[in-house]
Design a protein around this ligand. Structure first.
Ligand SMILES: Cc1cc2nc3c(=O)[nH]c(=O)nc-3n(C[C@H](O)[C@H](O)[C@H](O)COP(=O)(O)OP(=O)(O)OC[C@H]3O[C@@H](n4cnc5c(N)ncnc54)[C@H](O)[C@@H]3O)c2cc1C
Length: 317
C-alpha cells in the first residue's frame, strides 16, 4: 500500500483490490492523475459497513469520475508484475472472468507483524487474529510490557495510536485513562470527504437503539454553495427520548472539520439544542449543524435545484 505513495508514474490501468478507506482514497487520486482505475471488492458496495445513503453517494461520485467497480467479486488468482502487466482471475456471481491491467494495489486490510519475533519468549500472548493481547490499559500479558496501536488491535487510525500512547503514559504515571468507551472519529479523505463519529444508522438499528434522524443535503449549506461544492449531505442521529447526539456523519466538503463540532457536543453530552440555539458566525461550514435541526422549519420541504428536500426528519422503527 505504502509503495503506491512512492509511485513516480501514472498507471495506465490500475486494479485496486478493496473498496475500503485506502483503496478509495488512492483510487480517486490515481484516477484524477489520469489513470484508468478498476476497484474490485467482494462486497456489493464500497465501504460496505457504512449506511446505504453514504455508500450509494460515494459509488455514484466515483463512477462519475470514471472509476469502474467490479463488486461481489472474489479474486481467485493474480499473475504478472505490477508496473508491467497484471492478470486477475476473479469470480463474480458464479462466473469466472479474467481482467488485465498494468498495476495492482492490494488494499484489502493490514495484518499484525507479530509472527516469529519471539514475543512468546517474553510472555506476551497474542489473540487468535495475531494481535497482541492487551487489557483496557494496554497492558500485555507480560508484567511491565504495554502494546499500542494497530498491533494491539486498536482501530486503525493515526489518532487512535496517538491516544493509545496517552493511555500507556497514564498507566505508567498513575492516571486512569483507558481505551474502553472512546469515541473514535474518522475521516475518509476523498473528494468530497466522508467523516463519521458515533453511531451510524446501521449500527443503531443493529443494536436496537431508537433515534431521530436529522439530515440535510450539502446544497442547503450556504458555505458549500459559495464554494460550489454542493455534493453530499450531513446527518445526525439524536436520541429518540432525549436530545443528546448519538452519531454524526458528513459526506461533503469539509465534513471532517464539521464533524469535530458535533463530536465535542457528544463528548460533553450536550443536547443538540445547544448547537441549534448557539449564536454562530456566518458562515463557516460547521454552521451547517444549526441547520441539522427541526427548528429550521423555514427550510422544510422547499424544493432545491435538484428537487431534493432541504430538510428531512425521520424516526427509526
Ligand atoms: C496509505 C495509508 C493511508 C492512511 N491514511 C490515514 C489517515 O488519513 N488518517 C488516519 O488516521 N490513519 C491513516 N492510516 C492509518 C494509519 O497510518 C495507522 O493507523 C497508524 O500509522 C498506526 O500507527 P501504529 O503506530 O500502530 O503503526 P505504524 O504507523 O504502522 O508503525 C509501526 C512501526 O513499527 C515498525 N515495525 C513493524 N514490525 C517491526 C519489527 N518486528 N521490529 C521493529 N519495528 C517494526 C514499522 O516499520 C512501523 O514503523 C493510513 C494508512 C495507510 C497505509
Amino acid at each position: 500500500m505504502v509503495e503506491a505513495l512512492e509511485l513516480d508514474e501514472v498507471p495506465e490501468h490500475l486494479f485496486v483490490i478493496g473498496g475500503g478507506y485506502i483503496g478509495l482514497e488512492l483510487s480517486q487520486a490515481m484516477r484524477r492523475f489520469g489513470s484508468r482505475v478498476t476497484i474490485i471488492d467482494r462486497n456489493d458496495r464500497p465501504m460496505h459497513r457504512e449506511d446505504d445513503d453514504v455508500t450509494e453517494a460515494l459509488q455514484s461520485i466515483f463512477q462519475d469520475d470514471g472509476i469502474e467497480f467490479v463488486l461481489n467479486a472474489t479474486v481467485k488468482s493474480i499473475s504478472g508484475t505490477s508496473g508491467k502487466s497484471v492478470k486477475l482471475v476473479i469470480r463474480q456471481r458464479g462466473v469466472e472472468k479474467t481482467l488485465e491491467g498494468s498495476h495492482l494495489l492490494v488494499a484489502a486490510g493490514r495484518s499484525p507483524n507479530t509472527n516469529g519475533i519471539g514475543l512468546e519468549l517474553a510472555g506476551v500472548e497474542l489473540t487468535d487474529g495475531g494481535y497482541i493481547k492487551v487489557n483496557e490499559r494496554l497492558e500485555t500479558t507480560a508484567s511491565g510490557v504495554w502494546a499500542i496501536g494497530e498491533v494491539a488491535g486498536s482501530p486503525q487510525f493515526t489518532h487512535v495510536s496517538a491516544d493509545d500512547f496517552r493511555v500507556v503514559y497514564d498507566s505508567i504515571t498513575g492516571g486512569k485513562r483507558v481505551t474502553t468507551g472512546r469515541l473514535v472519529p474518522f475521516c475518509l479523505f476523498t473528494d468530497p470527504e466522508f467523516a463519521r463519529v458515533g453511531l451510524s444508522e446501521k449500527e443503531a438499528k443493529a443494536q436496537g437503539i431508537a433515534y431521530r434522524l436529522f439530515k440535510i443535503p450539502m446544497e442547503a449549506v450556504m458555505r458549500a454553495s459559495t464554494l460550489s461544492e454542493t455534493q453530499g449531505f450531513l446527518k445526525a442521529l439524536v436520541e429518540a427520548d432525549g436530545d443528546r447526539v448519538l452519531g454524526f456523519a458528513g459526506f461533503g466538503v469539509g465534513a471532517g472539520e464539521i464533524l469535530s463540532s458535533a463530536q465535542i457536543a457528544m463528548i460533553a453530552g450536550l443536547p443538540y439544542t445547544i448547537l441549534r440555539d448557539a449564536l454562530l458566525t456566518h458562515r463557516p461550514l460547521w454552521r451547517a449543524l444549526f441547520r441539522c435541526s427541526p427548528r429550521c422549519r423555514r427550510y422544510q420541504n422547499q424544493p432545491l435545484r435538484k428537487a431534493s428536500p432541504l430538510w428531512q426528519l425521520s424516526t427509526s422503527a
